[in-house]
Design a protein around this ligand. Structure first.
Ligand code: AMP
Length: 452
């Protein structure tokens, strides 16, 4: 179906053509006509599905149709969990609204209040905001939301996870009840359903990707390794695979900073992005990464949420996330827009339960490999968690160059890139430590189950 069948105006179709989009994505095909009809939406769509355009395009059209020439007032409000996502949505509004006389401003923390106040005073049609900072402006009476006809809650589950419910409640009090509401969320768990029941009137339900499923353009791999050697293995993988742009996830802010520093010392230019950085530092880090002046961006989950990096080829879970759903969010940064991507997890013994939880959530196997020279040293690796052996899941020794995922074509998630049998290959370059068999270890790796 072409974009021209969706009922969008010529000015919007021109902006879409400027972007080089051929056809609407599934979420756009479903959402755009429904929103144009005035329906509320409850959409389960992950980042990467084209969800931003799915709400922005019809929102712009409705605002244009209803433009009265009277004093500008805020008629559409988009709430997002993070500053980065707010900035990206704002950018999308500008992009798609390039040929329209509508004004949009972004409101988020980490920036001075007064430029935001000035922008609001000048009059805007659309506000894209994080709930906390918008609440601050409401408390100071800097913004009037009584004219809002359209409300979008983007990544609703994340906003609740991040504790924004009270701020959202405060904001809702300022909005007319007679409005159109669109709720986007990657998952629809209990609390978000409750919110949906309260906010949405007879919503059109849209589900474009099964929640907690992984895009099959993403090839997943896992390497078992001792925690203390993860950094070395990561540097080895980046170097030997010649990864040019890799987003690396750590669990803590401190861990992100430390890893970025160490990678840089290893000759791999890296920078970090997390909640303790100023907005300026975060924007700069993201810009450097996007233009590939650094090879690795090390991020925490919160900072990376919603990051839209075109054509990002590689994601690495340096630490596994505590919440298995974050795994899905993390690796959803790659494999977008019809391109392939790889998601590589470095799994240490202490993370075996998290690894199991992720596989259970995805309901699929992720092959656990061992890179020669990086064999985990804990003998207890040989014992699966919970004491149960599962058949057919022996880790394989592989050389990263041959065995690590490549972005040359989609593979079903969970499949293993290097074929079936156990293999022992030489490391792809000399940086791996030589492998020493320990006494009684002769059988390790080849057929010894080390699943955990
Ligand atoms: P989102 O899910 O909104 O984060 O969008 C993910 C990416 O898809 C963004 O880089 C958009 O520019 C891109 N995109 C959105 N709609 C389309 C489309 N119809 N065709 C191709 N790319 C698109």
């Amino acid at each position: 179906m072409p974009f021209s069948n969706l009922g969008l105006s010529p000015a919007l179709l021109r902006a879409i053509a400027d972007q080089g989009y051929d056809a609407p994505t599934p979420v756009q095909q479903q959402a755009i006509p429904a929103v144009l009809e005035g329906r509320d939406l409850m959409a389960s769509a992950q980042t990467g599905t084209g969800k931003t355009a799915a709400f922005t395009l019809p929102m712009l059209q409705i605002l244009m149709d209803g433009a009265s020439g009277a004093r500008r007032q805020v008629r559409a409000l988009v709430l997002t969990p993070t500053r980065e996502l707010a900035a990206q949505v704002h950018e999308s509004v500008r992009t798609y609204g390039a040929h329209l006389p509508l004004r949009c401003t972004e409101i988020y923390g980490g920036m001075a209040m007064h430029p935001q106040v000035n922008a609001l005073r000048k009059g805007v049609d659309i506000v894209v905001a994080t709930p906390g900072r918008l609440q601050d402006h409401l408390d100071r009476r800097n913004v009037d939301l009584s004219g809002v006809q359209m409300l979008v809650l983007d990544e609703g589950d994340r906003m609740l996870d991040m504790g924004f419910l009270p701020a959202i409640e405060r904001i809702l009090k300022e909005l007319p009840t007679d409005r159109q509401t669109m709720l986007f969320s990657a998952t629809f768990s209990g609390p978000i359903r409750k919110l949906a029941q309260r906010l949405l009137k007879d919503p059109q339900l849209i589900e474009v990707a099964r929640p907690n499923s992984v895009n099959d353009m993403v090839t997943q791999a896992a390497y078992l390794v001792d925690g203390a050697r993860k950094r070395e293995l990561l540097a080895h993988l980046i170097g030997s695979q010649d990864w040019k742009q890799v987003l690396v996830f750590t669990r803590t802010k401190h861990g992100a900073d430390r890893l970025a520093k160490q990678l840089t010392q290893d000759g791999i230019d890296a920078t970090s992005i997390h909640g303790d950085k100023t907005q300026g530092q975060r924007s700069r880090a993201l810009a450097q990464f996007k233009r590939q002046s650094v090879r690795a961006l090390v991020a925490t989950d919160v900072a990376a949420r919603g990051l839209d990096i075109d054509q990002l080829p590689h994601v690495v879970n340096f630490d596994l996330p505590l919440n298995p759903e974050d795994y899905v969010h993390r690796i959803g940064r790659t494999g977008r827009g019809g391109l392939t991507g790889t998601a590589t997890s470095l799994v240490c013994f202490e993370e075996r339960n998290q690894f199991t939880a992720i596989k259970r959530l995805l309901n699929s196997e992720i092959a656990a490999n061992v890179v020669e020279g990086f064999e985990p040293q804990q003998r207890s690796f040989d014992r699966p968690a919970g004491g149960k052996h599962r058949k057919g899941a022996a880790p394989r020794h592989i050389a990263p160059r041959d065995g690590a995922p490549r972005s040359n074509g989609p593979r079903p998630s969970g499949s293993h890139p290097s074929g079936n049998g156990p293999r022992r290959d030489k490391p792809a370059n000399g940086s791996a430590r030589p492998h020493h068999h320990r006494r009684g270890d002769a059988n390790r790796g080849n057929g010894t189950r080390r699943e955990f």
